[in-house]
Design a protein around this ligand. Structure first.
Ligand code: DHB
Length: 391
């Protein structure tokens, strides 16, 4: 097959890029070793910045009047920070005039996938042995389909939107990589229970962090800080609820609404950036180039913003023959990435229990949270980061 842009990775980033390129008459082929079903059932974060919502509603992903993100998603005007056994509301509408949307990443994928199928997109899921070559001259993507047949896609450009275990990122010659590991992970659950809160609760406790999120009226999403080696099988429903209740408990008598745990898993936790995000006719987008810890839900939002910039860059290259635009991509994308790296790191360290943290560390952390919620400047800083920075 010959195409203009070969996209490795058919998650939200790869699909949105394929969609935006289609809108300006550039064709693409998307390959992914996962099946559609596998992607649809892998739970990820659930918070969209207003710019991410606009990328879905204002680019023809939905038919007019059918914007699922607006009808199925929940607009949240703020969050609660909970520490010292008390909740403090941060009102983003009041602080920065913006809201976020609770709309799971799996639903973003469903919507984008539906839009690409509707528009006749060339999507090849469930393939294996992807091999990308000749990225400096005439890129080729070879793979084996589900029936064992060998295929090759010849393209003018190739995009690595292949996630945190990217193979494309290794093809960037002379790359630099920056890492930070954390001594903890998140234990994530889905449960069948009514909502415990109308908005998200980010809780700091003596036993570590917990996050109360939602999915629907009857299914909720919650997380708590745990050891990276934790075995989900070792956690009965009773043990999970007792841990979560402990971390949310306070003098105000707050209690979570309990119910059967229907899914549990341990989420990895790290910060990572690779630069540059481009080499020859290869460009990277999303987790392939950068990973953030989940606190603050920046991962998907960053990936979608990369794609927004990348769609413009690719149009300049393919339509106007402006190769200089390609070289500028890394700096444009990384400006936002490093802000989000800091934000995710900061939210994480402010709310989690460090390894062997001392009494001083504990009290300093409470001091930081107290100054944040008692200062309009402090609260505004958090609100700006949470709702997203202008491009
Ligand atoms: C969710 C996940 C996050 O990491 C976060 O900061 C907020 C919400 C979620 O899955 O709902």
């Amino acid at each position: 097959t010959r195409t203009q842009v070969a996209i490795v990775g058919g998650g939200p980033a790869g699909l949105l890029l394929s969609h935006l390129l289609h809108r300006v008459g550039i064709d693409s082929v998307v390959v992914d070793h996962r099946s559609v079903d596998e992607i649809e059932t892998t739970h990820r974060a659930g918070i969209l910045e207003p710019d991410s919502v606009r990328l879905l509603t204002d680019t023809g992903v939905y038919a007019a009047g059918q914007e699922r993100v607006l009808t199925e998603g929940d607009r949240h005007g703020g969050i609660y920070l909970r520490f010292g056994g008390e909740s403090h509301h941060l009102d983003f509408e009041d602080l920065v005039g913006a809201s976020v949307w609770l709309y799971p990443q799996t639903e973003v994928f469903v919507d984008l996938h539906r839009a690409r199928v509707r528009d006749g997109g060339d999507l090849r899921y469930g393939i294996s042995q992807t091999a990308v070559s000749d990225v400096e001259t005439a890129p080729r993507v070879a793979y084996v389909d589900a029936d064992g047949a060998q295929h090759e896609v010849l393209a003018d450009m190739v995009v690595g939107a292949d996630g945190s275990r990217s193979v494309c990122r290794d093809l960037v010659v002379g790359n630099e990589r920056f890492f930070r590991e954390y001594p903890f992970a998140w234990f994530g659950i889905l449960c069948e229970a009514p909502k415990s809160s109308s908005e998200l609760i980010y809780a700091r406790s003596d036993r570590g962090f917990a996050l109360i999120s939602q999915r629907t009226e009857s299914v909720q999403r919650m997380y708590f800080q745990c050891d990276p080696q934790e075995d989900p099988g070792a956690w009965s429903d009773d043990r999970i609820w007792s841990e979560l209740q402990h971390r949310l408990a306070g003098a105000d008598g707050y209690r979570l609404q309990e119910g059967p745990v229907i899914e549990k898993s341990v989420l990895p936790f790290r910060s990572f950036v690779q630069t540059p995000m481009q080499h020859g006719r290869l460009v990277l987008a999303g987790d392939a180039a950068h990973t953030v810890p989940p606190t603050g839900a920046k991962g998907l939002n960053l990936a979608l913003q990369d794609v927004k910039v990348l769609a413009e860059v690719i149009e300049q290259v393919m339509v106007e023959g402006d190769d200089a635009a390609l070289a500028g991509y890394t700096d444009r994308a990384l400006a936002r990435v490093w802000k989000a790296q800091h934000f995710s790191y900061w939210m994480t360290t402010m709310l989690h229990r460090g390894d062997g943290s001392s009494e001083f560390d504990e009290r300093r952390q409470l001091g930081e949270l107290a100054s944040l919620v008692s200062s309009r400047a402090g609260a505004t800083y958090l609100a700006e980061g949470y709702t997203g920075w202008p491009q």
